[in-house]
Design a protein around this ligand. Structure first.
Ligand SMILES: C[S@@+](CC[C@H](N)C(=O)[O-])C[C@H]1O[C@@H](n2cnc3c(N)ncnc32)[C@H](O)[C@@H]1O
Length: 236
Protein backbone atom coordinates (compact mmCIF):
# COMPACT_ATOMS: atom_id res chain seq x y z
CA UNK A 1 0.00 0.00 0.00
CA UNK A 2 1.42 3.45 -0.86
CA UNK A 3 2.54 5.50 2.11
CA UNK A 4 0.22 8.32 3.19
CA UNK A 5 2.96 10.84 3.86
CA UNK A 6 0.77 13.56 5.37
CA UNK A 7 -0.61 11.03 7.81
CA UNK A 8 2.95 10.12 8.81
CA UNK A 9 3.68 13.77 9.56
CA UNK A 10 0.37 14.20 11.36
CA UNK A 11 1.09 11.22 13.60
CA UNK A 12 4.68 12.43 14.01
CA UNK A 13 5.71 9.00 12.78
CA UNK A 14 8.77 10.41 11.02
CA UNK A 15 11.80 8.26 11.89
CA UNK A 16 13.74 9.86 9.00
CA UNK A 17 13.50 13.28 10.64
CA UNK A 18 16.88 13.91 12.29
CA UNK A 19 16.68 17.66 12.82
CA UNK A 20 19.79 18.25 10.70
CA UNK A 21 20.97 18.02 7.10
CA UNK A 22 22.45 14.82 5.75
CA UNK A 23 26.03 14.52 7.06
CA UNK A 24 27.08 13.39 3.58
CA UNK A 25 25.76 16.65 2.16
CA UNK A 26 27.37 18.75 4.88
CA UNK A 27 30.76 17.19 4.18
CA UNK A 28 30.33 17.63 0.45
CA UNK A 29 29.40 21.30 0.78
CA UNK A 30 32.39 21.96 3.03
CA UNK A 31 34.61 20.87 0.15
CA UNK A 32 32.60 22.01 -2.86
CA UNK A 33 30.06 24.80 -2.70
CA UNK A 34 26.96 24.36 -4.84
CA UNK A 35 25.71 27.29 -6.90
CA UNK A 36 22.78 28.03 -9.16
CA UNK A 37 19.19 26.78 -8.85
CA UNK A 38 18.73 23.63 -6.80
CA UNK A 39 15.75 21.28 -6.38
CA UNK A 40 15.40 18.99 -3.37
CA UNK A 41 12.57 16.50 -4.02
CA UNK A 42 10.93 14.87 -1.01
CA UNK A 43 12.68 17.39 1.24
CA UNK A 44 10.58 16.82 4.39
CA UNK A 45 11.25 19.58 6.92
CA UNK A 46 13.92 20.99 4.63
CA UNK A 47 17.19 20.63 6.56
CA UNK A 48 19.04 19.79 3.34
CA UNK A 49 17.32 22.68 1.58
CA UNK A 50 18.62 25.15 4.13
CA UNK A 51 22.16 23.71 4.06
CA UNK A 52 22.17 24.24 0.29
CA UNK A 53 20.47 27.64 0.49
CA UNK A 54 23.32 28.97 2.61
CA UNK A 55 25.38 29.04 -0.62
CA UNK A 56 23.25 28.34 -3.69
CA UNK A 57 21.40 31.10 -5.54
CA UNK A 58 17.96 29.57 -5.08
CA UNK A 59 16.76 26.29 -3.58
CA UNK A 60 13.31 24.81 -4.04
CA UNK A 61 12.17 22.16 -1.57
CA UNK A 62 9.41 19.99 -2.96
CA UNK A 63 7.30 17.56 -0.97
CA UNK A 64 4.00 15.82 -1.51
CA UNK A 65 3.10 16.25 2.17
CA UNK A 66 1.52 19.61 3.00
CA UNK A 67 2.45 19.22 6.66
CA UNK A 68 6.11 18.76 5.74
CA UNK A 69 6.10 21.98 3.76
CA UNK A 70 4.34 23.86 6.53
CA UNK A 71 6.92 22.54 8.99
CA UNK A 72 9.80 23.50 6.71
CA UNK A 73 8.42 27.01 6.33
CA UNK A 74 8.57 27.54 10.07
CA UNK A 75 12.40 27.38 10.13
CA UNK A 76 14.41 30.60 9.84
CA UNK A 77 15.57 31.32 6.31
CA UNK A 78 19.13 30.33 5.44
CA UNK A 79 19.18 32.05 2.04
CA UNK A 80 16.93 32.08 -0.98
CA UNK A 81 14.92 28.94 -0.33
CA UNK A 82 11.24 28.22 -0.77
CA UNK A 83 9.04 25.21 -0.21
CA UNK A 84 6.30 23.93 -2.41
CA UNK A 85 3.76 21.14 -2.10
CA UNK A 86 3.90 18.94 -5.16
CA UNK A 87 4.36 15.52 -6.64
CA UNK A 88 7.79 14.74 -8.04
CA UNK A 89 6.10 12.56 -10.65
CA UNK A 90 4.00 15.45 -11.93
CA UNK A 91 6.27 18.46 -11.88
CA UNK A 92 4.76 21.80 -12.86
CA UNK A 93 5.97 23.28 -16.14
CA UNK A 94 8.14 25.89 -14.42
CA UNK A 95 10.19 23.16 -12.75
CA UNK A 96 11.04 21.34 -15.97
CA UNK A 97 14.52 21.94 -17.31
CA UNK A 98 14.88 24.61 -14.65
CA UNK A 99 17.56 23.44 -12.21
CA UNK A 100 21.35 23.33 -12.20
CA UNK A 101 21.36 20.73 -9.43
CA UNK A 102 18.92 18.20 -8.00
CA UNK A 103 19.88 16.95 -4.54
CA UNK A 104 18.55 13.58 -3.44
CA UNK A 105 18.40 12.31 0.11
CA UNK A 106 15.87 9.73 1.35
CA UNK A 107 13.29 10.39 -1.36
CA UNK A 108 14.50 7.69 -3.77
CA UNK A 109 14.51 5.06 -1.00
CA UNK A 110 11.06 6.17 0.17
CA UNK A 111 9.17 5.61 -3.06
CA UNK A 112 7.96 2.24 -4.25
CA UNK A 113 10.70 0.55 -6.35
CA UNK A 114 8.24 0.18 -9.25
CA UNK A 115 8.33 3.99 -9.54
CA UNK A 116 12.09 4.23 -9.92
CA UNK A 117 12.14 4.58 -13.71
CA UNK A 118 9.60 7.40 -13.41
CA UNK A 119 11.72 8.96 -10.65
CA UNK A 120 14.76 9.03 -12.95
CA UNK A 121 12.71 10.63 -15.73
CA UNK A 122 11.40 13.26 -13.32
CA UNK A 123 14.75 14.30 -11.91
CA UNK A 124 16.35 14.26 -15.37
CA UNK A 125 13.43 16.36 -16.61
CA UNK A 126 13.87 18.90 -13.81
CA UNK A 127 17.53 19.53 -14.72
CA UNK A 128 18.91 21.83 -17.34
CA UNK A 129 20.92 19.93 -19.95
CA UNK A 130 24.25 19.16 -18.30
CA UNK A 131 22.77 19.87 -14.85
CA UNK A 132 23.94 17.70 -11.99
CA UNK A 133 22.17 15.22 -9.78
CA UNK A 134 23.87 14.87 -6.39
CA UNK A 135 22.59 11.97 -4.33
CA UNK A 136 23.04 10.20 -1.05
CA UNK A 137 21.72 6.70 -1.72
CA UNK A 138 20.86 4.20 0.97
CA UNK A 139 22.09 0.94 -0.48
CA UNK A 140 21.37 -1.24 2.50
CA UNK A 141 18.94 0.08 5.09
CA UNK A 142 19.21 -3.21 6.95
CA UNK A 143 15.86 -4.65 5.96
CA UNK A 144 15.16 -8.34 6.40
CA UNK A 145 14.06 -8.76 2.79
CA UNK A 146 14.54 -6.80 -0.45
CA UNK A 147 10.78 -6.12 -0.62
CA UNK A 148 10.67 -4.49 2.78
CA UNK A 149 10.34 -0.72 2.94
CA UNK A 150 10.25 2.17 2.95
CA UNK A 151 13.15 2.67 3.08
CA UNK A 152 13.77 0.31 0.15
CA UNK A 153 17.24 -0.93 -0.62
CA UNK A 154 18.95 -0.53 -3.98
CA UNK A 155 21.98 -2.17 -5.50
CA UNK A 156 24.78 -0.44 -7.37
CA UNK A 157 23.86 -2.48 -10.44
CA UNK A 158 20.31 -1.17 -10.31
CA UNK A 159 21.50 2.41 -9.89
CA UNK A 160 23.59 1.96 -13.04
CA UNK A 161 20.69 0.43 -14.93
CA UNK A 162 18.32 3.20 -13.93
CA UNK A 163 20.50 6.27 -14.21
CA UNK A 164 23.13 5.67 -16.88
CA UNK A 165 20.75 5.91 -19.84
CA UNK A 166 20.01 9.51 -18.80
CA UNK A 167 23.12 10.51 -16.85
CA UNK A 168 26.89 10.30 -16.99
CA UNK A 169 28.49 9.26 -13.74
CA UNK A 170 30.80 12.07 -12.66
CA UNK A 171 31.93 10.79 -9.29
CA UNK A 172 30.96 8.41 -6.53
CA UNK A 173 32.23 7.81 -3.04
CA UNK A 174 31.34 6.43 0.33
CA UNK A 175 30.31 9.14 2.74
CA UNK A 176 32.40 9.07 5.86
CA UNK A 177 29.58 10.04 8.19
CA UNK A 178 25.93 9.22 8.74
CA UNK A 179 23.49 10.54 11.31
CA UNK A 180 24.22 9.50 14.86
CA UNK A 181 21.65 6.84 15.67
CA UNK A 182 21.22 5.80 12.05
CA UNK A 183 23.17 2.70 12.67
CA UNK A 184 22.85 -0.75 11.34
CA UNK A 185 25.55 -3.27 10.63
CA UNK A 186 26.31 -3.20 6.92
CA UNK A 187 26.09 -6.83 6.07
CA UNK A 188 25.52 -7.49 2.43
CA UNK A 189 27.89 -7.80 -0.49
CA UNK A 190 27.51 -4.85 -2.78
CA UNK A 191 28.58 -6.11 -6.14
CA UNK A 192 31.67 -5.80 -8.14
CA UNK A 193 34.34 -3.27 -7.55
CA UNK A 194 34.72 -0.42 -9.93
CA UNK A 195 37.46 2.10 -9.78
CA UNK A 196 38.39 5.02 -11.85
CA UNK A 197 41.84 6.03 -10.87
CA UNK A 198 43.36 9.44 -10.74
CA UNK A 199 40.27 11.59 -10.83
CA UNK A 200 40.78 13.21 -7.45
CA UNK A 201 38.06 14.84 -5.39
CA UNK A 202 36.28 12.47 -3.08
CA UNK A 203 37.54 9.45 -4.98
CA UNK A 204 35.69 7.28 -7.45
CA UNK A 205 35.57 4.04 -5.62
CA UNK A 206 32.68 1.68 -5.33
CA UNK A 207 32.83 -0.75 -2.45
CA UNK A 208 33.52 -4.36 -3.23
CA UNK A 209 32.04 -5.40 0.08
CA UNK A 210 29.88 -3.61 2.54
CA UNK A 211 32.47 -2.94 5.14
CA UNK A 212 33.85 0.49 4.57
CA UNK A 213 31.77 2.59 6.89
CA UNK A 214 31.63 0.32 9.87
CA UNK A 215 28.41 0.28 11.79
CA UNK A 216 26.34 2.77 9.87
CA UNK A 217 23.89 1.93 7.13
CA UNK A 218 25.55 1.43 3.83
CA UNK A 219 25.43 4.69 1.94
CA UNK A 220 26.80 5.95 -1.30
CA UNK A 221 27.10 9.47 -2.64
CA UNK A 222 27.08 10.09 -6.35
CA UNK A 223 27.20 13.01 -8.70
CA UNK A 224 25.63 12.35 -12.05
CA UNK A 225 25.44 14.78 -14.90
CA UNK A 226 22.38 14.84 -17.13
CA UNK A 227 23.47 13.71 -20.55
CA UNK A 228 21.96 14.58 -23.87
CA UNK A 229 20.51 11.23 -24.75
CA UNK A 230 23.70 9.27 -25.35
CA UNK A 231 23.50 5.55 -25.09
CA UNK A 232 24.59 4.02 -21.77
CA UNK A 233 28.33 3.77 -21.32
CA UNK A 234 29.57 0.19 -21.57
CA UNK A 235 31.68 -0.54 -18.48
CA UNK A 236 33.41 -3.59 -17.15
C1 LIG B 1 11.70 9.43 4.14
S1 LIG B 1 11.06 11.03 3.94
C2 LIG B 1 12.56 12.00 3.80
C3 LIG B 1 12.39 13.46 4.01
C4 LIG B 1 13.67 14.28 3.92
N1 LIG B 1 14.38 14.03 2.69
C5 LIG B 1 14.56 13.99 5.10
O1 LIG B 1 15.61 13.38 4.93
O2 LIG B 1 14.19 14.40 6.23
C6 LIG B 1 10.48 10.98 2.26
C7 LIG B 1 9.79 12.27 1.86
O3 LIG B 1 9.43 12.17 0.47
C8 LIG B 1 8.15 12.75 0.32
N2 LIG B 1 7.57 12.19 -0.90
C9 LIG B 1 7.16 10.92 -1.11
N3 LIG B 1 6.68 10.76 -2.36
C10 LIG B 1 6.81 11.97 -2.96
C11 LIG B 1 6.49 12.47 -4.24
N4 LIG B 1 5.93 11.66 -5.18
N5 LIG B 1 6.74 13.75 -4.54
C12 LIG B 1 7.29 14.56 -3.61
N6 LIG B 1 7.62 14.16 -2.36
C13 LIG B 1 7.37 12.89 -2.03
C14 LIG B 1 7.42 12.39 1.60
O4 LIG B 1 6.32 13.21 1.88
C15 LIG B 1 8.53 12.54 2.63
O5 LIG B 1 8.58 13.83 3.19
Amino acid sequence: MPTNWDEQYEKKDTPWEKGAPSPGLVDFLAAEPVHGRVLVPGCGYGHDVRALAAMADEVVGLDIATLAMEGADRFPKAGHERYTVGNLFDLPAEMRGAFDVVFEHTCFCAIDPSLRPAYVESVAGALKPGGQYLAVFYLDPGNDSPDEGPPFEVSLAELDRLFLPRFDLVREWLPQRAYPGVQHPARRGLGRRREREGQGGHGYRRPSIAKSIGSTWTLECSILSRNLGRRPVERR
